[in-house]
Every structure is written in structure tokens, then in C-alpha cells.
Design a protein around this ligand. Structure first.
Ligand SMILES: [Zn+2]
Length: 180
């Protein structure tokens, strides 16, 4: 019998693997994002353990079926087109963290990421860059994303941005993320 994950992915390629929260438990349920278009599979699949079933308010969707893929809690498999994944990064952490709004820059992603990176660099300089590990990691990864986009490779930028998203959890005020 094909696995639950296999059925839900419906043979589609993953655009990005994201870690929306860090938890060492194996996921027991899958939350499904609404389909991008009618007749296609869920936009994303968020894997969650029992303690985190109600978490990740930024990822609203139908909670369902038992996960049998043995992926860690917090792993999100995102099947959306690249630009939609970029917008999701902006909505969930980039804009809250940096104040840079893609709409204001006509979704010109180089400008969005470059300006965000400048905000982070300024904050890093103010903080002295000392022991603030997450901000340092964020700056490096954001710099890689800027580089990818400057080379015209939006898709590749999703890899460092996924790291940024995970790191940003340490920098953003907790919104509904229950401690384990
Ligand atoms: Zn968990």
C-alpha cells in the first residue's frame, strides 16, 4: 500500500523542504495546505508531533491523517511555485523581521532580499556581532539568497531561505509555538 505521504504528494516534485519549527520528535500527523489550483494536491504538507498539532498558526490547513513517513515534526514539504514560496517566506518571517514588504517593491525579489539583508547587517553591527549567533547565521544565508537571485536563480535561493526561516524562529517573538 502506498504511504500517506506518497498519496498526498501525488508524484509532484517538492519545491522546497522547510523546517518551520525545530522539534526532535517524529511527526504523527500531517496538516495540508489548500490546493494551489483545483484538482491538484495540497500546496504544502506540514508534519507535526502530538505536542505541536495545534502550532504553526501561519500554516492554516486541514489537519488529517496519521503520518507514516517518519519525518521530524516541523518539516514542511512545499509544492508551490517558487514565487509563491518566496511570498510565503516574506509573510511568515522576512517582513516581520526586517519590515521589508515585497508588494512595496513590486515583488522584485532581488530588491526585497537585498534590502532585508541590509536591515539584518545594520542590526548585526549595532549588536556588535558578538554572541548573537542566529543573527549572524541569518545574515550569511540571506547573503547567499541575494547572490542566487542576482544570478537569476530564484529557485536556488529557496535553499538558503529555508535555513533563514528556521533560524528566524530564534529571533521572532514566539507566536503560538508552545515550548516542548
Ligand atoms: Zn513537535
Amino acid at each position: 500500500m502506498p504511504s500517506v505521504l506518497h498519496q498526498l504528494s501525488a508524484g509532484r516534485q517538492i519545491t522546497s523542504m522547510r523546517i518551520a519549527l525545530e522539534c526532535s520528535k517524529t511527526a504523527t500527523s500531517i496538516r495540508q495546505g489548500p490546493a494551489v489550483e483545483a484538482g491538484t494536491g495540497p500546496a504544502w504538507l506540514a508534519h507535526l508531533c502530538p505536542a505541536h498539532t495545534e502550532d504553526l498558526p501561519g500554516w492554516p490547513g486541514a489537519a488529517t491523517v496519521g503520518a507514516d513517513s517518519r519525518l521530524h515534526c516541523g518539516v514542511v514539504l512545499d509544492y508551490r511555485p517558487t514565487e509563491q514560496v518566496l511570498q510565503s517566506h516574506a509573510d511568515l518571517w522576512l517582513t516581520p523581521l526586517t519590515g521589508v514588504v515585497p508588494q512595496a517593491l513590486k515583488h522584485f525579489w532581488y530588491d526585497v532580499l537585498d534590502q532585508s539583508n541590509r536591515v539584518v547587517l545594520t542590526r548585526l553591527e549595532k549588536d556588535g556581532g558578538g554572541e548573537d549567533g542566529p543573527l549572524q547565521s541569518l545574515s550569511m544565508m540571506l547573503g547567499m539568497a541575494v547572490q542566487n537571485v542576482s544570478e537569476g536563480n530564484l529557485f536556488q535561493a529557496l535553499v538558503p531561505l529555508a535555513y533563514c526561516e528556521t533560524v528566524s524562529q530564534k529571533l521572532l517573538p514566539r507566536t503560538g509555538l508552545a515550548p516542548h
